[in-house]
Write a protein that binds this ligand. Structure first.
Ligand code: PHE
Length: 348
């Protein structure tokens, strides 16, 4: 072996030993790969030593220099692979040894639930569904025609003052519906009698105090057929109130006025707080108002093309939020819409 080759071999052996020590220290795959690149990689110190030796070597020696280097590179590669496998094995062992602390509390998932108004709306809807009423819907942004005109509330009619209407800016013809009664019109325009629908949903009025919210929920009822009478109206309402509140509750129809019903009546039921005895909440009367009702006015039938000589019908509109408040004895309607989870959670 030439002196040059001998010198190179010494150098490579020493690099090899260094490499062996370094990879033993590498604790991660990343560190290990870095060490390998520093020694055995194409720009590593082993290749640099080979280049050095080749620079001044005569051609006859180049082959053995190449051989010497390759032997060391192969040995280094083999050690690298072994160490890589070793690291993976250590990692696997650590994973297996890591045990779970079964005494730690589990992570709880917060379950959602229905809002009291949704609960009440569903219950009311179910009671009427059993009487054969199907659910009808209409838009919350309504045309003046459906919300007023077709319900016999023409422009300039004083009844428009009864309801403080939100108009849609820039669209004189559009309002946020002030009641669910426009669904009566939509239902009758879309098909011939007989009709038996209920229409629950949000309505809007400029009103804001402990018992009024600018957005609240009504449920409309409409029944049209041959021979429908005021007694059917009262029987239906009484059945509903007794199913929803209890068999000892009574209904009283108090003469009133609505442009779209004739005759018209306010719906009163026994006070939910004193059961009719008279208390502060019902101002000693024993009654509470829950909505309006009446027999469909022939003028409304004219607007939707129903023959008022052949058909009669009753309609009613009740406040869902109001009934939820009575049912759960809530005294401030704002609680329903504030979104305070401490309140809503009580209805889980
Ligand atoms: N729409 C009326 C209101 O909101 C209630 C009502 C409905 C009255 C149906 C009669 C018939 O005040």
């Amino acid at each position: 072996m030439s002196a040059r080759c001998y010198e190179l071999k010494q150098k490579l052996d020493s690099l090899h030993r260094e490499f062996t020590q370094e990879i033993a220290k590498a604790a991660t795959e990343q560190q290990l790969r870095k060490v390998f690149a520093d020694y055995g990689g194409s720009a590593g110190s082993i290749r640099l030593a080979q280049k050095d030796a080749l620079r001044s070597a005569p051609n006859a020696e180049k082959k053995s220099i190449g051989q010497l280097t390759n032997e060391v590179v192969q040995a280094v590669e083999a050690e690298f692979e072994r160490r890589l496998a070793g690291l993976a094995e250590e990692e696997r062992k650590r994973d297996l040894e890591r045990t779970a602390d079964v005494t730690l509390p589990g992570r709880k998932r917060v379950l959602g639930h229905l809002h009291p108004i949704t609960l009440v709306r569903r219950e009311i809807t179910a009671i009427f569904a059993q009487l054969g009423f199907v659910v009808a819907e209409g838009p919350q942004i309504e045309t003046d025609f459906h919300n007023f005109e077709a319900l016999a509330i023409p422009k300039d009619h004083p009844a428009r003052d009864m309801q403080d209407t939100f108009y849609v800016e820039g669209h004189e013809d559009l309002v946020l519906r002030t009641h669910t009664s426009p669904v009566q019109i939509r239902t009758m325009l879309s098909g011939a009698p007989p009709v038996r629908v209920i229409a629950p949903g949000p309505v809007y009025r400029k009103d804001d105090d402990p018992t009024h919210s600018p957005m609240f929920n009504q449920i409309e009822g409409l029944c049209v057929d041959q021979g429908i009478t005021f007694a059917d109206l009262k029987g239906t309402l009484l059945h509903f109130v007794q199913r929803f509140f209890g068999a000892d509750f009574q209904v009283r129809l108090r003469p009133s006025f609505f442009p779209f019903t004739e005759p018209s009546a306010e719906i009163d039921m026994s006070c939910a707080f004193c059961r009719g005895q008279g208390c502060r909440t019902c101002k000693g009367t024993g009654w509470m108002e829950i909505g309006g009702s009446g027999m469909v006015d022939p003028e409304v039938f004219r607007h939707v093309g129903y023959d008022s000589e052949k058909y009669t019908g009753f309609a009613f509109g009740m406040g869902i939020d109001r009934m939820a408040m009575l049912r759960y004895r809530i005294n401030d309607i704002k609680l329903m819409f504030d979104g305070d989870v401490r309140f809503v959670r009580q209805f889980r």
